[in-house]
Structure formats: structure tokens, C-alpha cells
Design a protein around this ligand. Structure first.
Ligand code: HEC
Length: 223
């Protein structure tokens, strides 16, 4: 008797084997991707910074460097560019000091619940602007309005002053309330914001600089 010609597409063992192979492949891929992600998001070291090695999440001592935000044509988004050293609150912070300061900033951001109004790296509420790149917001730069408004000669001092007395500096239609932040906590928070701005977030938040261009002091753009 001639063997019946069964199509492979209707063969149950074929589908069983395929399912096993696809599952096995997906598991291997997931394991590989998990390790790759861990490598990508683990914090860099001070040595990386000194060697000019770009890490997605730089070491806390990145606060000792100038951070710029430049368009990367190939990636189609802006990326943080770590530049030359610059004093932060008038000094260079050691590895331990920078780590402690960042820790204080993180704890303060949790204690004062910045996420209640803002988003940090996309997490939080949408009442106030995303803070991921707030350090790079031109309004804090030497040519922006905030240094003059707060009467402070540097970006970090202007930001700290704003955080201590936000309701004194109405900049947008919506105002930030006074949260009882101490001078020490404000320094920690500014370090936290500066460090966060140095994280390569694949261009998140999208159109950050375009939104900033629309910003006008006393305007109605609450972002
Ligand atoms: C009750 C809501 C609220 C809370 C809580 C809050 N903010 Fe704000 N914040 C605002 C609003 C509204 C603005 C925009 C108004 C302005 O710029 O004057 C703002 C603006 C800012 C800006 C300027 C944004 C920029 O792009 O330059 C910074 C920086 C900032 N907040 C930091 C913080 C930090 C840090 C915390 C936590 C310690 C915090 N905020 C908690 C409402 C809040």
C-alpha cells in the first residue's frame, strides 16, 4: 500500500517540535537581553569619566563636569555630552562626597514627593514639567532668566535658591509651592537633577529642547 502523503503543515509532531524550539530560543534571547540590559544600565565609575568612556548612567562624580545636550544625527535624538570639568557649588566633589550628595538628593526627592507633580525619567505625575533634563533647561543657563531672577551667579545656585523659595519665583502659569527644603537638601536635589540629566535616555523626553524654546517668562506655557 502506498504511503499516504501528509503535508508537514498538518503534522502534529512538527508543530510540537517547533513550539519547543521557539520557546527555547526565546528563553535564551531573554537571558542574553537581561544581561545586556544590566550591563547598559549599571552605573559607571569615576575612572570611566576620567577616561572619557561614555556610560548610559555615569558615576555620581559627573556633577564635577559640564553637561551638554547635542543632537546625534545617527541616533536621531539628543544625547548628553559630558564635557570639561567645572566647579559644582564652588568645588570639586570627591567620589565619596558626590555619592553621599546624590544619596541625599534622592532621599529628599522621595521625602518631598517631587513625583506628586513632576515626572522623573517618565515616572510620576503630569502637573509640572518632567525633571529628567531640567538641569539642561536653558532657562537656568547664564543667558536664561533664572540666574538674574534669583540673583545667583551660577546655574546650581540659582536652582537651589528656586527649590528653597519656589513660590517667590513665579516662572510659569502654574507655580511650585514652598516645600520646606533646607539649603543642604537643595544642594543634594540639584546634584540629583544634574546627575539625572547626564543619563542617556535615548532622547527622552521627546522634543525637550523644542518645548523649551517655547518657554517664556510670565507666559502661559505651563508645559
Ligand atoms: C505641588 C506640586 C509640585 C511639587 C511637589 C514639586 N514641584 Fe517642582 N514645579 C512645580 C511646578 C508647577 C513647576 C513649574 C512652575 C515654575 O517653573 O515656576 C515646577 C518647576 C520645577 C523646576 C523647574 C523646571 C525646569 O524645567 O526648569 C524644578 C527644577 C523643580 N520644579 C524641582 C522640583 C523638585 C526637586 C521637587 C521635589 C523636591 C519638586 N519640584 C516638587 C510643582 C511642584
Amino acid at each position: 500500500m502506498a504511503k499516504k502523503n501528509v503535508s508537514v503543515w498538518t503534522s502534529i509532531p512538527f508543530w510540537r517540535r517547533s513550539a519547543a524550539w521557539v520557546t527555547g530560543f526565546a528563553v535564551m534571547l531573554l537571558i542574553w537581553l537581561s544581561f545586556d540590559t544590566l550591563g547598559q544600565i549599571s552605573m559607571g565609575t569615576d575612572e570611566d569619566l576620567k577616561a572619557g568612556t561614555t556610560k548610559r548612567v555615569p558615576a555620581p562624580t559627573v556633577i564635577n563636569y559640564n553637561i551638554d545636550y547635542k543632537m546625534d544625527k545617527k541616533r536621531g535624538s539628543e544625547v548628553p555630552v559630558i564635557g570639561a570639568k567645572e566647579p559644582f557649588f564652588g568645588k570639586e566633589w570627591s567620589v565619596e562626597e558626590a555619592a553621599d550628595l546624590l544619596h541625599l538628593g534622592k532621599l529628599t526627592s522621595q521625602a518631598k514627593n517631587c513625583m506628586n507633580c513632576h515626572t522623573l525619567l517618565g515616572n510620576g505625575a503630569y502637573f509640572a514639567p518632567d525633571l529628567t533634563k531640567s538641569w539642561l533647561d536653558p532657562m537656568w543657563s547664564a543667558t536664561g532668566p533664572m540666574q538674574a531672577m534669583t540673583g545667583k551667579p551660577t546655574k546650581e545656585e540659582a536652582m537651589a535658591e528656586f527649590l528653597i523659595n519656589p513660590s517667590q519665583y513665579p516662572t510659569h502659569a502654574r507655580m511650585m509651592p514652598n516645600l520646606g527644603i533646607t539649603a543642604e537638601e537643595a544642594v543634594g536635589l540639584v546634584a540629583f537633577l544634574k546627575h539625572m540629566s547626564s543619563i542617556d535616555t535615548n532622547g527622552f523626553p521627546r522634543n525637550f529642547s523644542k518645548t523649551v524654546d517655547q518657554f517664556k517668562v510670565g507666559g502661559t506655557n505651563a508645559r
